[in-house]
Design a protein around this ligand. Structure first.
Ligand SMILES: NC(=O)c1ccc[n+]([C@@H]2O[C@H](COP(=O)([O-])OP(=O)(O)OC[C@H]3O[C@@H](n4cnc5c(N)ncnc54)[C@H](O)[C@@H]3O)[C@@H](O)[C@H]2O)c1
Length: 256
């Protein structure tokens, strides 16, 4: 790493804590802040006085080179355009961009200030392929199968509970379809990407199936992961750490 990078983190839950450990292991990275709701409940993070904060205005003033969000979609909606004035932003709550005003504000801020808004691949794979296939791809459908409990609805619910544009899925299940939002942002957008959500009572795994058709191509990706208890699966924190490491760069062989 060539220069010192100051990185801010929003949220210190399952994903945020894994990212924090990754950041602390990287040379040339300084933690600018960790923004949480209640700093007194985060003494176990072991960070210096004044690093763990609850005041969003103070976080903005720190002028971080990169801010990583692992909290809730409303924090991306409220804060990403302002943080993009000073540095790059990586948002794990991708459903935030299904709100047209938020997507417009984020795109405008990034372009105006010459910054990047990173959409992580999170729980699924293949976003790079979707992006590179622009112009060839005709249809993208993502089907998520989870228990009703994991979806935050009646645990006994069984069968298809949603089939329609990803934009509507994001509005109805903002905590559960971040991967649908990421797939939409990588490929055909929120209105042309189709989301399906299926509930299976007692299902311990979370399954995502991504079906893509296009000129001279047909892809069918199946991804299964075990829930860590909340909305996040076993693989996602590792995926999140890898994304942040790639964003921050460094010397070596790079998969592109
Ligand atoms: N892109 C993906 O593939 C993917 C996969 C899993 C989860 N997610 C999303 O990533 C986010 C984090 O997931 P997680 O499993 O770490 O969740 P988590 O519930 O374990 O942690 C979220 C943390 O953010 C904090 N928080 C909430 N609102 C806040 C605010 N206004 N300011 C500061 N902190 C706030 C909460 O107190 C909590 O500690 C969620 O939005 C989740 O839906 C994305």
């Amino acid at each position: 790493m060539n220069t010192m990078k100051r990185v801010g983190l929003i949220g210190a839950g399952t994903i945020g804590r894994t990212i924090l450990k990754e950041l602390q292991s990287l040379p040339g990275v300084e933690i600018a802040f960790v923004l949480v709701r209640d700093p007194s409940a985060h003494a176990d993070l072991g960070l210096p006085e004044g690093c763990v904060i609850a005041d969003e205005a103070v976080a903005l003033e720190r002028g971080a080179d990169l801010v990583v969000e692992a909290a809730m979609a409303d924090t991306v909606q409220r804060l990403a355009p302002d943080f993009l004035r000073h540095g790059d932003f990586c948002g794990f709550s991708s459903t935030a961009l299904a709100d047209r005003a938020t997507e417009d504000a984020v795109r405008e801020a990034a372009l105006t200030h010459g910054r990047r808004f990173y959409v992580p691949h999170g729980a699924v794979l293949g976003l790079d392929g979707l992006g590179d296939g622009q112009g060839l791809i005709d249809s993208v459908t993502i089907t998520t199968t989870k228990s009703g409990k994991s979806l935050g609805i009646d645990p006994d619910t069984e069968g298809a509970i949603f089939d329609g544009p990803t934009r509507d899925a994001c509005h109805r299940f903002p905590r559960n379809v971040n991967v649908h939002a990421a797939i939409a942002l990588a490929g055909l957008g929120f209105d042309r990407t189709i989301s399906r959500i299926v509930a299976v009572p007692g299902l311990v795994d979370m399954k995502h199936r991504i079906e893509v058709t296009g000129q001279g191509l047909a892809w069918d990706l199946g991804i299964t992961s075990r829930s860590l208890g909340g909305v996040t699966g076993a693989y996602t924190p590792r995926s999140a750490a890898g994304t942040v490491r790639r964003i921050l760069g460094g010397a070596g062989v790079v998969v592109a």
